[in-house]
Design a protein around this ligand. Sequence first.
Ligand code: APR
Length: 278
Amino acid sequence: MTYNHSHEAFSQAARWLQSSQRIVAFTGAGISAESGIPTFRDSDGFWREFPPEQFAHWRGLIRTAFTDPVRLAAFVHAVIEPLGTAKPNAGHQALRVLEQHRKLIVVTQNIDGLHQAAGNECVQEIHGSLTEIALLSGKRQRTLAAAQVSQIAARLGHIKRRPLALVRMLFAIRPMLGAGLRGVWRPNVILFGEGLAEPAWSNAVTAAENCDCLLTIGTSGMVYPAAMLPAKAAASGAKVIHIDPTEGGTGLWLCGKAGDVLPPLIRAAFDDDMKGAN
Ligand code: APR
């Protein structure tokens, strides 16, 4: 367990959480890294191997489907394969414990559903969810189970540079993306250039403007409008605590992995609550 922050910073953060009634946890890919899901911009991140110019918006994805379906299959496989097996880690679990002590709203940029799998009840998925399938109209169709996601990933893993690769890929991802009498269905994820998921985004802005303390956990803070939430909270007088292995600017930083920092922080903030309760 490696931390790179002062004991004073840690105690300050614990005091802020303890004295708060309404808390927002704003999470990014970093909180799911310890569940085996790569982040986007770290050295082993998705965007290193699959440039976002080509893979982060529909135009690029559709063009790649026709020009290089095997590469697109490799990208979709890289994104969904880890989700088929990922489980909530100690960082996710610590937020579930935090929810038992204070009013907590989790605002996540992640599409992996791991906060809900950990048991958190109030989760705003502002970038949507990969397992939620909806029609282009936005009408929700179904939720894919982890086993279905693994099955799709397995089929995609077999797509090789052979004739009909595009057809094989479209067949493999049909439970997620396809067309039929009801229309076109797709994963309910927000790609670059699309408006954020509603009402999740409106709820997230309201939560940030009305909280006493906002935690940023495992986000590079590079993607807007999501990245403006900590500043909105600070402007409304809230305390802001950043948790990330890499320090990235002003404010209170606890430098370490979410799974290492969050459990002891929640214990330090609320163990007295428990003692009082017993
Ligand atoms: N615990 C906490 N933080 C971690 C860990 C960990 N175990 N491992 C890595 N991190 C940190 C990195 O230092 C980095 O600051 O997580 C952050 C991940 O940053 P990004 O990869 O940029 O991910 P994120 O901020 O969630 O990206 C925002 O960009 O690509 C789009 O839509 C995508 O939702 C995503 C958005």
